[in-house]
Design a protein around this ligand. Structure first.
Ligand SMILES: [Zn+2]
Ligand SMILES: [Zn+2]
Length: 391
């Protein structure tokens, strides 16, 4: 029996028994700072500006964990974007340690299709996934979440074999690329995410995820990949997670297929699409077809302890403050108040707000004020006929 299965929901790195005397060269495994007994609640947070800003944003809105993209999620990275600049990666790791946020999950680019039957797309996907691994290692992330992709007409079995082969190749390429990118004590683990069942994509059924984990084991991928379950995708794929019996049945099926101890992240998204619609449309917590009661059951289910397993929203931002409201909704469904952000985060936020929105300069004259209000340019060229240009 593995260390994982003895301690459901606790990362393998934490659950290891006292280590026997080890060789001097072996890295010392330590408890991560963030594993402090608090539930791990978070949201997907933008890295716009600089990656470490995502950490401050997450802390400010009450997160103990977070998810980010490490590069643009819908474009193949340009050569200069393949790695995170070393000083930025270092600042991210240091700030994350200060704020005791974790786990950090990186969501991979949506263009990556590790299951592709097209050799060129498959090779491009391996190269891009190798870059994802390198950037996630640089940032000290715990998890790299990826949708397994679509084998199209090639079928499920070929798709599963392609995914495992691709992850094995990308992992060994990443480790060989630059030994300096792996910070000490890194424990990056690939997580395969279940999908809503659109088109010919893999992973709307638990048997696909089990097949992928088994194939990765056969190919010796280490650490052994795990699973990310998305609630909106589960509902859209036909899993009735809204009732107590339906949730129990879904969790029992997941446990039998790949072991709940391998589910390291749960994406908490309500769904605009109804049960079995096979469409991926996320909604705010409590405003979709899943509803608050069902989320309360998911968050507090005895098989889904959340002191190390992360519950992360990927909810839309329709109005300012939506992220904070969705994070607060998860805390309130757990019966807890969100943690208060450290003073450094609040002071930093005030400062950047002030920089972003300086007071408008005072107009020097009434005429100028009127022009500004009406947006009339001060020098409008007169045309020959005496009228003014509309440009
Ligand atoms: Zn996803
Ligand atoms: Zn998701």
């Amino acid at each position: 029996m593995s260390a994982d299965s003895q301690n459901p929901g606790v990362p393998a790195e934490v659950a290891l028994p006292p280590a026997p005397p080890m060789a001097v060269t072996e890295p010392v495994r330590m408890l991560p700072d963030w594993l402090d007994g608090r539930p791990r609640i978070g949201i997907h947070t933008s890295i716009a500006g600089e990656a470490s800003r995502a950490l401050d944003t997450a802390a400010r809105i009450g997160c103990t964990a977070l998810q980010i993209f490490s590069a643009s999620p819908r474009m193949w990275p340009r050569p200069h974007q393949r790695k995170v600049p070393a000083p930025i990666a270092k600042r991210f790791r240091e700030r994350r340690a200060e704020l005791r946020l974790g786990p950090v999950a990186v969501h991979a680019n949506y263009l990556i299709n590790l299951a592709s039957p097209d050799p060129r797309q498959w090779e491009n996907s391996i190269a891009a996934f190798c870059d994802e691994i390198i950037r996630a290692l640089q940032l000290g992330a715990e998890y790299l979440i990826v949708h397994p992709g679509s084998p199209r007409e090639a079928g499920i079995d070929r798709g599963i074999a392609n995914v495992a082969e691709a992850v094995a190749r990308a992992s060994s390429l990443a480790v060989g690329a630059d030994p300096g990118v792996r910070p000490p004590n890194s424990s990056l683990r690939v997580l395969f995410e279940n999908t809503a069942g659109q088109g010919t994509g893999l992973a709307s059924e638990f048997s696909h995820l089990r097949g992928i984990l088994d194939a990765c084991r056969v190919r010796g991928v280490t650490p052994q990949p795990g699973i990310c379950l998305d609630t909106a995708h589960l509902l859209a794929a036909g899993f009735e997670i809204r009732t107590p019996e339906g949730l129990d049945r879904t969790l029992a099926e997941a446990d039998a297929a790949f072991g709940l101890e391998n589910v390291r992240v749960i994406h908490c998204n309500d769904s605009k699409a109804p049960l079995g619609a096979r469409i991926d449309r996320h909604q705010h917590i409590g405003r979709g077809h899943i509803g608050k009661e069902a989320f309360a059951r998911i968050l507090t289910h005895p098989l889904l302890r959340c002191d190390s397993r992360a519950f992360l929203c990927e909810t839309p931002i329709d109005r300012p403050g939506d992220d904070r409201r969705n994070v607060r909704a998860l805390w309130s469904l757990l019966g807890l108040t969100p943690p208060v952000a450290p003073r450094s985060v609040l002071v930093g936020a005030r400062r950047s707000r002030a920089l972003r929105s300086p007071l408008p300069a005072r107009p020097k004259s009434r005429a100028r004020a009127v022009r500004r209000a009406r947006r009339i340019p001060s020098r409008i060229p007169k045309l020959r006929d005496g009228t003014r240009s509309s440009r």
